[in-house]
Design a protein around this ligand. Sequence first.
Ligand code: ATP
Length: 140
Amino acid sequence: MPREISAGAVIFRRSKEDPEYLLLHYGLGHWDFVKGNIEKGEDEKETVQREVVEETGIGNVSFVEGFREVIKYFYRWKGQGIFKIVIFYLVETRRRQVALSREHIGYRWLPYEKATTQLTFQNSKQVLLKAKSAIEGKSE
Ligand code: ATP
């Protein structure tokens, strides 16, 4: 079965109140984090930086050290089963402005409760919860 590996980012920004997380509305209908296929010669963090720029226009992000979460799922594309692995990092930005690519049809900055409701998939909700814990456990 074909296998696909992507890397992505839970992007957050500190607002006056709680941290806000960036979710994207995929053309396929679901809401999820920034992510994309790891290209030849790239390491995971390079993919994340490239995808963040391509999908949001955000250039300057800082990685939260030690955060790396892997999810796996299976989907069908044109009748063929695909096994997918996505590795998520946690990154912070100070920017609020987002420039979407053609891949997505919307975006939202949301605090944790709203973000977890908006996310389509359970495995991504788990990643968000871990991100929240990592941010809360981290001093500024
Ligand atoms: P990428 O952003 O890695 O380039 P993509 O936009 O090509 O990915 P996916 O977001 O992986 O595609 O979506 C492909 C299929 O997998 C869709 O049918 C989607 O509903 C499903 N899918 C996406 N994310 C998940 C998930 N976390 N759990 C289960 N199914 C998912």
